[in-house]
Design a protein around this ligand. Structure first.
Ligand code: 1GP
Length: 236
């Protein structure tokens, strides 16, 4: 999945939330690099399949972030497999993954699979509750998780997940300076183009989720903000 290295901006849509065709069309035609289908609650095979079919009407790549074993279905361009490094619930570190490979090993072997070393940093988020994540981490803890993810687990992606709240740009900067090969994904609380631009200075890819449901017009502006920031950063 070499294309992943060129991704700068992603919209994450939640299969558990209703959407209109017009809303989805604006997202898919926004210029974003990839649409991620993924949610913490209410994800089913039916709503995942519905999202896939709807996004497939457009040319944008569509990937599934696998959060429910039952919702794993063929047809996506790639599968993001989150390994929640700071989860205290063991299922989210390796249990569900082992079950997924037990049930769908053959299909996943031939599909594009990308492991995400996931570090959850908003303790109030649904994903923190579900995984029982220890989100009270200081900078050194987070940097150590980034090193573990990249050097020991050899994950191609390290994901700083502030889901629902805007994160600490100093953390994103420090992790950027720590990782040597892995791509750094940032997600959480981006509501404006300025915030998207700030995080894009240090993250390889910026993920925007909730804002699509709360303030779609602003959310759409994050695409150009991220692309422009990356152009400027590359010039330096
Ligand atoms: C959630 O990282 C994504 O998994 C995006 O977060 O929904 O807060 O934008 P938001």
């Amino acid at each position: 999945m070499e294309e992943m290295k060129a991704w700068r901006h992603a919209f994450k849509i939640d299969p558990g939330r209703p959407f209109s065709e017009q809303w989805l069309a604006e997202i898919c035609e926004s210029g974003t690099d990839v649409v991620i289908v993924g949610g913490t609650e209410g994800t089913t095979i039916d709503n995942v399949t519905e999202c896939l079919a709807a996004v497939r009407r457009f040319s944008v790549p569509c990937v599934l972030e696998v959060t429910e074993l039952e919702a794993l279905t063929p047809g996506f361009d790639a599968y993001l497999i989150p390994v929640v490094l700071n989860a205290h619930h063991p299922a989210f570190i390796s249990g569900l993954h082992q079950q997924a490979l037990k049930a769908h090993g053959q299909f996943l072997k031939t599909a594009d699979v990308l492991g995400e070393g996931y570090c959850i940093l908003n303790r109030e988020s649904s994903v923190a509750r579900r995984t029982e994540a220890d989100a009270a981490l200081d900078m050194d803890d987070i940097v150590a998780f980034a090193r573990f993810s990249e050097s020991v687990l050899r994950m191609p992606i390290f994901y700083l997940e502030y889901s629902g709240t805007y994160g600490d740009v100093e953390v994103v900067k420090k992790v950027n300076q720590t990782l040597e090969h892995a791509r750094l994904f940032y997600g959480g609380g981006i509501q404006t183009k300025e915030q998207a631009s700030e995080m894009a200075t240090w993250a390889d890819m910026v993920v925007v989720g909730n804002a699509l449901y709360e303030n779609k017009e602003e959310a759409l502006k994050t695409v150009n903000a991220v692309k422009e920031t990356k152009r400027q950063t590359n010039k330096r």
